[in-house]
Design a protein around this ligand. Structure first.
Ligand code: URA
Length: 257
């Protein structure tokens, strides 16, 4: 993705006092049906120039393969486009001091400084599905009350937070989006017991992409819930809500996306 120069300049100016280095563009098909949104590139990604090519990337590729997805089906980006690092000093046995600069989680101020880029990507790629991976991306898009542990694997239909015109805060978009929160691919490295849940969510994303690509289905937005309706036999069908519970077609008048 090529970003407009004025946005790159703005992000650079607003990031100059942060411990951030390098720059990595979002990557993938401009026609992608789903956009995966991570946190920020790490050391490996700055070398390879491709998102998710380090340890988290191996987990991601593994999940994609098992779910039947490929990077070519997707656009992959993150809420911060430079590598956040911390400075760690260590005194060696011989008394000399060595310094390392490991990756760290981006701060809210860094996410705000990089907000014009993810907003631009969403507006230009216009993905059918946005899948924030992990809490940093989820909270950036839907707000602080959302957590991955509560919302992973649910199909949400909502407006998202975008940078305000005066650049000081976020405001809700007028457009609504289909949001499918996922655990960050690195989560399983810290908590192996999440492995099954994470794989199930990736399979659900695969199914959602297929259903949305199927011309025999359409989506009905009902409050903050989404229902995928096959065009045949809809009036007699039991439908599945985002939390996978069967329900009858609601009587309220739905808006069709
Ligand atoms: N984590 C992210 O969020 N993005 C990357 O590209 C790598 C790790």
């Amino acid at each position: 993705m090529d970003y407009p120069t004025h946005l790159l300049d703005e992000v650079k100016k607003n990031s100059k006092y942060f411990q951030l280095e390098g720059f990595l563009s979002g990557n993938g098909s401009p026609q992608a049906k789903a956009m995966l949104v991570g946190e920020a590139p790490g050391q490996t990604e700055l070398v390879t120039k491709l998102p998710f090519t380090g340890q988290a990337g191996k987990e991601l590729d593994n999940e994609l393969e098992q779910a039947g997805l490929s990077r070519e089906d997707l656009y992959i980006t993150s809420v911060v486009r430079s590598r956040p690092y911390k400075i760690k000093k260590r005194i060696n046995k011989d008394g000399t001091v060595s310094e390392s600069r490991p990756n760290r989680t981006p701060t809210k101020a860094e996410v705000l400084a990089h907000a014009p880029l993810i907003d631009y990507e969403i507006q230009h790629i216009k993905p059918k599905i946005i899948a924030p991976m992990g809490n940093i991306a989820l909270k950036r898009l839907l707000g602080n009350k959302y957590t991955i542990s509560a919302f992973h694997g649910q199909v949400l239909n909502d407006s998202i937070f975008q940078l305000s015109d005066d650049r000081s805060t976020y405001v809700k978009s007028t457009d609504r989006y289909i949001i499918f929160p996922l655990y960050h691919p690195a989560a399983v490295l810290y908590n192996r017991s999440l492995a099954d849940v994470i794989s199930k969510d990736w399979r659900a994303l695969f199914e959602l992409i297929n259903k949305l690509s199927d011309s025999h289905s359409f989506l009905v937005a009902c409050r903050n819930d989404l229902i995928i309706v096959p065009t045949l036999n809809t009036n007699r069908m039991m439908l599945k809500t985002s939390n996978h519970q069967p329900m009858k077609l609601p009587k309220i008048s739905p808006s069709i996306i």
